[in-house]
Design a protein around this ligand. Structure first.
Ligand code: F6P
Length: 319
């Protein structure tokens, strides 16, 4: 069999270990691995080549993806999806592994309804917003990058009497913000999923400031679009000198953590085994309560990920 791998959407740490495992494992199984460069754009343009062990030597500890990624607008158009399918036929690729997030899986789901596809998706996004899996490749590394940044910001915040508003990624999902706020001891956490009551927080924080609190750390999820508003509130209503830090794309980089490397290996082995055994096409490999499994692509894209309520309830106990 010829199996191919591509990365789609936002890159995430863990893609390279997955790519390495894919190539090594497919050869181990006596089959032929292919790279599709540049994500769905490359699939449309036929940027496909047989992968070698040499291609993947020394990549495991690097963030990003050696085969690159893209967000493809052309893929919304049927003509280009057909062209992409014809490229798979041209290289006689009969199994495809897609490392990507929600948007990429939607694109694959659409394509699977139109053509005779055989793919397995590996949930790969720092946002942790994919239904049916507790975590995604890249999340653990991103959380550690944020933790490192917050520890440093706390050093400077505590040396002055200042408030810091730190904006974290996650698109419309507050998972990164919630876990970061809890693990870094932030006083405030604002996410799209939960209403934030400024009045209640203000009473609480004013009392603490009167009792001697000297600094405040607020984590704001980018999806709320409230970074400026919260900074203004801290400065004007709470009287704290305030600084804003937008962590931005550093959250997508860095050497994958041990957890993300292991997850990459386990997800990839399961994806390849599934394709080789032809157990029914078009699935997403997931991990739930510590157990690996497969979900139908339709199930994954039709449902919405929700943050564990137990985690959300910890927000009430932040300060
Ligand atoms: O989906 C991953 C992500 O990093 C989001 O957290 C963020 O909103 C978005 O991608 C940024 O996209 P881009 O790299 O295209 O600016």
């Amino acid at each position: 069999m010829a199996l191919a791998i591509l990365c789609s959407g936002g890159d995430a740490p863990g893609m390279n270990p997955a790519i390495k495992r894919f190539v090594d494992y497919v050869y181990e199984k006596g089959e032929t691995p292919y790279f599709i460069y540049n994500g769905l754009e490359g699939l449309i343009d036929g940027e496909i080549k047989q992968a070698t062990h040499k291609d993947v030597a020394g990549i495991l500890h690097h963030g990003g993806t050696i085969i690159r990624s893209s967000r493809s607008k052309r893929f919304y158009d049927y003509t280009y999806r057909k062209q992409a399918y014809e490229n798979l036929l041209k290289y006689q690729i009969n199994g495809l592994v897609v490392l990507g997030g929600d948007g990429s899986f939607r694109a694959m789901e659409q394509m699977s309804r139109e053509f005779d596809l055989n793919f397995v998706g590996i949930p790969t996004t720092i946002d942790n917003d994919i239904y049916g899996t507790d975590t995604c490749l890249g999340v653990d590394t991103a959380l550690n990058v944020i933790r490192d940044a917050l520890d440093k910001i706390r050093d400077t915040a505590s040396s002055f009497s200042r408030a810091f508003v730190v904006e974290v990624m996650g698109r419309d999902c507050g998972y990164l913000a919630v876990v970061s706020a809890i693990s870094s001891g932030a006083e405030i956490c604002i996410i799209p999923e939960v209403d934030f009551n400024k009045k209640v927080a203000e009473i609480h924080l004013k009392r603490e400031l009167a009792e001697g609190r000297s600094y405040i750390l607020a984590i704001v999820s980018e999806g709320t679009k409230r970074t400026q508003e919260i900074a203004h509130w801290l400065e004007h209503d709470l009287g704290m000198e305030t600084r804003i830090t937008v962590l931005g794309h550093i959250q997508r980089g860095g050497s994958p953590t041990v957890y993300d490397r292991l997850l990459a290996f386990e997800f990839t082995i399961r994806a390849v085994d599934h394709l080789l055994l032809s157990k029914g096409a078009n699935k997403v490999v997931v991990i739930e309560a510590g157990r690996y499994g497969m979900r139908d692509i339709g199930d994954v894209v039709q449902n919405r990920y929700q943050i564990d309520p137990a985690l959300l309830s910890s927000l009430n106990r932040l300060d």
